[in-house]
Every structure is written in C-alpha cells, then in structure tokens.
Ligand binder design. Structure first.
Ligand SMILES: Nc1ncnc2c1ncn2[C@@H]1O[C@H](COP(=O)(O)OP(=O)(O)O)[C@@H](O)[C@H]1O
Ligand SMILES: [Mg+2]
Length: 408
C-alpha cells in the first residue's frame, strides 16, 4: 500500500492562511497593535508562538504591494552574548554588505543598492547596533519602504537572550524616537516569562511595548476544526489512490479533549493517527490508532519535554504533590481538579508553585484546576501501568466508547 497523505505538520510552523487554524483574536490583536508599538508574544513550548508570528507578518506584508509593512525576521540563540551580536542577526536578514565596493544591498523592498561608507565601516568593526540604528532612520526607510509602510523587526526564540534583546529594543527604539521615526516596531516571540525577564533587566523597556499577547491553547472548536479538516483531507487523498478510509467521529472528540487545544499536540496526535493507520491498515482511523499515537508522543516525540518537567519536580521535591493532585482529578479528560480540595490537600504555596511552573492552569471561570499539558498526566498513567504490568486507565479510557461516563 502506498503511504497515506499526511497533512499534519508537527515539526513545522503553520504560517500560511490554509494551514493556520483559529487564533483570529490573537491575529487581530497582533496586526492592530504593531502600528502603535512593539509587541511580545509569550506562551509555553509548542503553543503556536512562531506560527502566530509568521502568520502575522504574512498578513502585515500583504500580497503584492497591498500590505502595510515590510518585515525582517531573525531567530535568537543562546550564543548571542552582546547587543551587537543580536543586532547582527537582524542586519544580516535585512541587508547584504559589500565591503570592497562599499555598497549595501537591501534584501527586502525593491532590491535597492546604495553607497554608505559609514555603514560599511561599522560593519567591518562589528558595530551592528550602530548599523541598525542608522537603517531605521527616515533616509533609509524611504528607500526600503516607500512613504508610509512600517518596518517590523521580528525576533523569534526571544527567550534565548531576553536581557540582550531588552537592551537592543531600548537602544534602537530610543534612537528612532529621537529621529522622529514612528514606523518601526519590534515583535518578539518566546517562551514565558521572557518578557518579564526583559523588564527585570530594564524596567523602562516596557514602555516601548504596546501589547503582550499570552498564547493559550486553541479553543476546542478551532482544535476540532483543525483535526476534522485535516483528517478529511487524508480520506479524500486516499480515495484518489482507491484506498477507503473512514474517520470514526469519536476519535476527533477524543483527540480534541486529550490535546486540550494545544496545537503541537494536536498536530502530533493527528500525524501519528495517520502513520499508525498506514502501518496497520484496517480502513478506519479510530481509537486503536489513537492509543499507538499516545505512547509515541509520551515516550518518544515529546519525551524530552516530560523528562524535563519530571526532573524539575524532582529537584524541587514536588513529585509526590503532583501525584496527590492527580488522585484528586475527576476521571477522564481534560483534567478537572477540584479547587477547594486541592488547596486543602496541598496548600496555597504549593498550588502557586505548580501554576508558576506552568503545570497547573486555572479554568476560565476559576472553578477548578486543569493542566497546561494533559500529556504529563497521560505519561504518568502509562508509566504506572507499565510498571504494574497492567492496562492503564488511559488505555481503557481511550478504548472505551466516548458516550461512556469515563470520558465525559
Ligand atoms: N494556529 C495554528 N494552526 C495550526 N497549527 C498550528 C497553529 N499554531 C501552531 N500550530 C502547530 O503547532 C506546532 C507548534 O507551533 P509553533 O508555532 O512552532 O509553537 P511555538 O513557537 O510556540 O513553540 C507546530 O506543529 C505548528 O504546525
Ligand atoms: Mg517557536
């Protein structure tokens, strides 16, 4: 059998309008804020920060000449040790400098070239912050952007060097303001709490930021739309290959609930459902495929994420408290932990620790605690069952009918 078409993208960002789902409020908020000032996008790993950043930039750039901005994107890393090195990341994705000819060529805009002995000299001396400051002056902006577009300086993975980025944003933004330039903004994306780290490095930097967007899981409705749309594509593509595939609708509900709307987990679950059905074809994508996917994610694909959380729990001696919390959880997914009982059993300080470390999350109406990532609980359930040589609750839950109380 030829491999099944797999439209899930667990290891790629989703930035194109046709594979980017939900997030309409966040996207509007991003695009409406950028003309007013800089924006920071925060959230846990895999929640969709890079995707929102890219999708936002595509929207701002528009198609053809319609857009309102030109964007430059750089990816920070932990080897960035100075402001000049951070500036260099942006300068490099922005202009190409020809030292012998003393010319600079813009990589964005209508491929302009210009002469600037000063920029070339700064480049040779590694003074990239000075170059970036110069480039955001009106003289250059006019040639790159025309009369009224914005220049967006985007940095992804900002959590890798928040202190240095704080200094870069301050330096470039202050310079732009002194020169009367209002059409340059930064947009930074990174794991929480990178923005708080920037502010603790330099309290004043917050005034350059018009908004911070804290990304939460997608709504369950949008998550359902993602899974259903993509699984339908799998079935349609299979039909063209004369392979018949049915999608058990329960599997969609289960995937959505297990993921809690976390986009990386949605993409992973979806992708493994398809792989599993391809490897062990029975003509229907159902709970059997889901079970294979759960194990794969907990112990392979995202093993590192959970190993690191479990290590942190160990170091802070919180492991037993978490296990106690799970005994308080109602059966089924998404996890519901009674708030009053949790506070009684663990105390306020402990609960705060779990919230601060993004293990626990308060429900929308604040009536119970949920989990930031359901797979932490799933992994512990699978681990306990494996060590007891038993079939775990989670396996029974997944196999059971969704109408069963266990799942509802
Ligand atoms: N709005 C979205 N629609 C569809 N898939 C998404 C969306 N946001 C994120 N994803 C998927 O979730 C995963 C993680 O996204 P990414 O943007 O890399 O997260 P982060 O930068 O927060 O770690 C990727 O597989 C990506 O394809
Ligand atoms: Mg990212």
């Amino acid at each position: 059998m030829p491999p099944l078409y797999n439209p899930f993208t667990p290891s790629e960002i989703a930035a194109n309008p046709d594979n980017f789902f939900g997030r309409s409020d966040e996207l509007n908020s991003l695009c409406n804020s950028l003309p007013q000032g800089s924006v920071a996008i925060q959230g846990v790993v895999g929640i969709g920060k890079s995707s929102l950043l890219s999708r936002g930039l595509i929207q701002m750039e528009g198609f053809g000449s319609e857009g309102s901005a030109k964007c430059v994107i750089a990816v920070a890393d932990k080897d960035v040790k100075s402001v000049d090195e951070a500036a260099r990341l942006l300068v490099d994705s922005f202009v190409k400098i020809d030292e012998t000819q003393k010319r600079i060529k813009f990589k964005i805009g209508p491929f302009l070239e210009t002469e600037s002995a000063e920029i070339v000299k700064n480049f040779a001396e590694g003074r990239h912050t000075a170059i970036l400051k110069r480039l955001v002056e009106e003289e250059f902006l006019k040639s790159i952007l025309g009369k009224d577009k914005f220049l967006l300086l985007a940095v992804d993975e900002a959590d890798k060097c928040p202190d240095i980025l704080a200094r870069l944003v301050r330096s470039v933004s202050t310079h732009a303001q002194h020169k009367g330039v209002t059409r340059v903004s930064f947009v930074l994306a990174g794991v929480t709490p990178f923005f708080q780290k920037m502010v603790s490095e330099d309290a004043g930097v917050s005034r350059f930021f018009y908004r911070t967007i804290l990304l939460k899981p997608m709504s369950l409705e949008d998550a359902g739309d993602l899974i259903e749309t993509k699984l339908t594509k799998v079935a349609d593509a299979a039909e063209l290959q004369r392979i018949s595939i049915e999608i058990n609708p329960e599997v969609i509900t289960k995937v959505v609930r297990l993921s809690g709307g976390h986009p990386h987990i949605l993409q992973l679950l979806g992708s493994h459902l398809v792989i599993h059905e391809g490897e062990d074809p029975d003509g229907v994508i159902d709970s059997k495929d889901l079970l294979g996917a759960l194990r794969q994610i907990c112990f392979e694909d995202r093993a590192g994420v959970y190993d690191s959380i479990l290590d942190t729990l160990d170091i802070y001696e919180r492991t037993e408290e978490l296990e106690l919390l799970f005994t308080l959880a109602e059966k089924g997914f998404p996890t519901h932990i009674n708030k009053r009982r949790a506070l009684e059993e663990l105390g306020e300080e402990s609960i705060k620790w779990f919230m601060d470390h993004e293990v626990l999350a308060a429900s929308d109406d604040d009536s119970y605690y949920g989990l930031v990532d359901e797979f932490l609980r799933i992994r512990l359930m699978l681990r306990d069952a494996d060590s007891a040589g038993a079939q775990s609750n989670i396996e029974r839950a997944v196999i059971r009918d969704v109408s069963n109380k266990w799942y509802l």
